[in-house]
Design a protein around this ligand. Structure first.
Ligand code: PCA
Length: 232
């Protein structure tokens, strides 16, 4: 049986957020695996057939300095085939499939660096790095599958300028030297059962969304020509 190792990441505590889906969703995948996921499109063969899927959840601190080194250590330990990072995008209504990571971090998110207007300096993440990296996840196939399952989602060109984007940028920079590994970032909305304004999606639907991301990424990993990566 072919073993495929997956790391799914999220964050522990995020200021002012009671239930952080990016903590809950990776844990649920590590506990349940793909259990309970039923296929809606019977024309495609299930890419998980004959696969021993090993899912590791990694919880990261919301810290520019610490998030990537901790994920990097986990990658060296697990030697994954796929890395799917997640984070919370507070004002999103559905799942945001992130196309690219940009070489910018707004240090002003750190309260200690803010000026009176609440802003701080903007810096490159890697002064010698490219302006952006494209995701390595098959976004078109994933969005099609979301359509079949009725999961609200959009393409996004912007994971922000905070820790999520910096982690995404560092991850994709690492992936350029490891072309066999597929890696990308998915932003999750609030859990609507716990959001005061009911914004976002139910936790179970967010878990299902990341299960679909894993499944379609495994399909692409096993048959690279089967699901184009959408970058435009
Ligand atoms: N969202 C923040 C950091 C942690 C998270 O879940 C961001 O958008 O960068």
């Amino acid at each position: 049986m072919e073993q495929i190792k997956v790391i799914v990441t999220g964050y522990d505590h995020y200021e002012g957020v009671e239930v952080n889906p990016s903590y809950q969703v990776p844990q649920a995948l590590a506990d349940r695996g793909m259990g309970g996921l039923t296929r809606t499109d019977t024309q495609l063969e299930d890419p998980l057939r004959g696969v021993d899927l090993d899912i590791t959840a990694v919880t990261l601190p919301v810290s520019f300095a610490k998030a990537w080194p901790i994920l990097h250590q986990a990658i060296e330990r697990v030697e994954p085939d796929l890395v799917i990072a997640t984070g919370l995008k507070r004002h999103a209504r559905g799942i945001s499939m992130e196309r690219c990571a940009v070489n910018i971090k707004e240090v002003g998110h750190d309260l200690a660096c803010q000026d009176e207007s609440g802003h701080g300096p903007t810096e490159p993440i890697d002064p010698d790095g490219p302006a952006a990296y494209w995701t390595r996840l098959p976004l078109r196939a994933i969005l099609q599958e979301f359509g079949h399952c009725g999961i609200p989602a959009t393409l996004s060109s912007d994971a922000g300028t905070y820790v999520c984007n910096a982690l995404f940028y560092n991850l994709l920079g690492w992936a350029t030297k490891h072309p066999d590994v597929l890696a990308g970032f998915v932003s999750l909305p609030m859990v609507n059962e716990t959001d005061p304004q009911g914004l976002g999606l139910p936790l179970e639907q967010q878990i299902q969304a990341i299960q679909e991301v894993v499944r379609e990424t495994v399909r692409y990993y096993r048959q690279p020509s089967s699901s184009p990566i959408l970058i435009a």
